[in-house]
Design a protein around this ligand. Structure first.
Ligand code: APR
Length: 256
């Protein structure tokens, strides 16, 4: 195991309040493409034509061509060892909250208890005309799903040009300003305001630990420890190092 992983584990064990910020990269090994890698979603769908709220209002049927493809992948996806590993850190009392940009619900499916969904969740749909809300599972398989009022429903995920849910934004900012360690996993940190969270944490004195396949805009500027590699491998190694660093209690078990 790399010394940097042991150093990261020590930071997590010492930290009185640790957070995680995750992006699409943590779910790639669950079969859901990310956005900006060469084989990512935006390589096949122009975000200006498929990812903005004005594109949705202009042609919801067209946007649902992409959304339906992503929904099918998400419905078949299972949490991977990175999702489960972060949940384990929460069970050990060493990870307060996961702030995720993802809408795939895989953190919760992997056992995470406190998750802030910065960009919403694809399992909820809303009618932009009458405000009616639906659970996506409650609808027939017909695409695109329609409201009882007849209009095409919108997934309750944040499209470009839409605001971040105010409670998610407020709580994320509050925690970022108070944390002592921030674990950034699988995000390019290209999209605002999610990409301001590492800077908020840094200015509060937190240590930034970054897990990514490749360096990002954070790596040379804000990151204290860069752990290059796949999220499943690096998070698993980090959790292993944390569990080795925690003294077992008298009954020989690790207790949160
Ligand atoms: N393990 C670790 N990192 C990975 C893996 C992996 N298996 N696969 C990809 N990555 C990394 C990529 O190198 C990249 O840095 O994950 C990052 C994914 O970046 P993006 O595709 O930009 O996804 P994300 O940062 O989540 O995008 C933020 O942009 O389009 C919007 O709303 C969308 O929430 C999304 C936001």
């Amino acid at each position: 195991m790399q010394n940097k992983t042991k150093e990261a584990a020590a930071i997590i064990c010492r930290s009185k309040l640790s957070l995680a910020l995750t992006g699409a990269g943590i779910s790639v090994e669950s079969g859901i493409p990310d956005f900006r890698s060469t084989d990512g979603l935006w390589a096949r769908y122009d975000p200006m034509e498929y990812g903005t709220i004005s594109a949705f209002r202009r042609n919801p049927q067209k946007v649902w061509d992409m959304v339906a493809e992503m929904s099918a992948l998400m419905n078949n996806a299972r949490p991977n060892t990175a999702h489960v590993g972060l949940a384990r850190l929460q069970q050990l009392g060493l990870l307060h909250t996961i702030i995720t940009q993802n809408v795939d619900n895989l953190h919760q499916a992997g056992g995470a208890t406190r998750v802030i969904e910065f960009h919403g969740n694809s399992s909820s749909l809303i009618c932009l005309w009458c405000g009616e809300r639906y659970r996506s599972q409650s609808l027939s398989g017909k695409m695109p799903p329609k409201c009882d009022c007849g209009r095409i429903l919108k997934p309750e995920v944040v499209f470009f040009g839409e605001p971040i849910p105010s409670a998610a934004l407020a709580e994320s900012s509050r925690l970022a300003a108070a944390c002592e360690a921030l674990l950034v996993v699988g995000t390019s940190a290209e999209v605002s305001p999610a990409n301001t969270i590492p800077a908020m944490a840094k200015s509060a004195g937190a240590k930034i630990i970054e897990i990514n396949l490749n360096p990002t805009v954070l790596t040379e500027s804000l990151t204290d420890l860069f752990l290059p590699g796949k999220a499943t491998e690096m998070v698993s190694q980090l959790v292993e190092a944390v569990e080795e660093a925690i003294p077992p209690s008298r009954d020989g078990h690790l207790h949160p």
